[in-house]
Design a protein. Structure first.
Length: 208
């Protein structure tokens, strides 16, 4: 069963992230995130840009970016970073309550919020208690999809088993760990060696 208030959860998670980033130092904003090629500041700016996109605005923006999704994201990041980390954080704070989203299922925004939140928190060492039901919903959303992220291909032939909630998927060599760590690995993030355990960890870690 999914969560009953998805947008309320998204808002709460955004608000918590904004509060947690209020006190970080200037150098920490330049920390490489778990999202390859992006700093912590880049990821937050990306989250801001995505929270401003609507189905009606997405396609004109994509056309203006030469039909390149990566170029569209890069332009949004540049626009939303502002002149300083304080600007980046303020821009994000302004979209905490936004219900806007690009074309596609609403679950993509739940995934966007939780996964990118951990992209930021992980390297900064910020501990956060994610709502288990929301993370399970994200795991269930991505497990059968290859769209953009390629999760279905990445986890093929493996058993994923959460150690902190009732969730399991697949068959084959096992990968076990907290549900948030499983979701991050499922979506291609490279985690510390001790984040997950099991005979399937090496296989999952080797897949791009």
């Amino acid at each position: 069963m999914g969560i009953t208030d998805m947008w309320g959860t998204i808002e709460a998670e955004r608000r918590a992230l904004a509060e947690e980033l209020t006190g970080i130092g200037p150098d920490q904003w330049a920390t490489p995130s778990l999202c390859g090629g992006w700093t912590v500041r880049d990821v937050l700016a990306h989250m801001t840009g995505t929270a401003k996109i609507t189905p009606a605005s997405f396609f004109p923006k994509l056309l203006a970016s030469g039909l390149s999704f990566n170029r569209l994201q890069a332009k949004d990041i540049a626009a939303e970073k502002g002149g300083s980390p304080a600007d980046t954080l303020a821009n994000f704070g302004a979209v905490v309550t936004s219900r806007k989203h690009p074309p596609g299922p609403g679950d993509t925004m739940l995934g966007e919020t939780i996964i990118h939140g951990q992209d930021i928190r992980g390297p900064l060492g910020i501990e956060h208690d994610y709502p288990a039901a929301a993370v399970v919903q994200v795991a269930d959303f991505y497990k059968n999809s290859n769209l953009i992220v390629g999760t279905k291909r990445r986890i093929d032939g493996l058993t994923l088993r959460a150690t902190d909630t009732e969730w399991t998927h697949g068959s084959g060599p096992q990968v076990s760990g907290p549900i948030i760590a499983l979701v991050m690995a499922m979506t291609g993030r490279k985690l510390p060696a001790d984040a997950l355990t099991g005979d399937g960890v090496a296989t999952l870690s080797s897949r791009p």
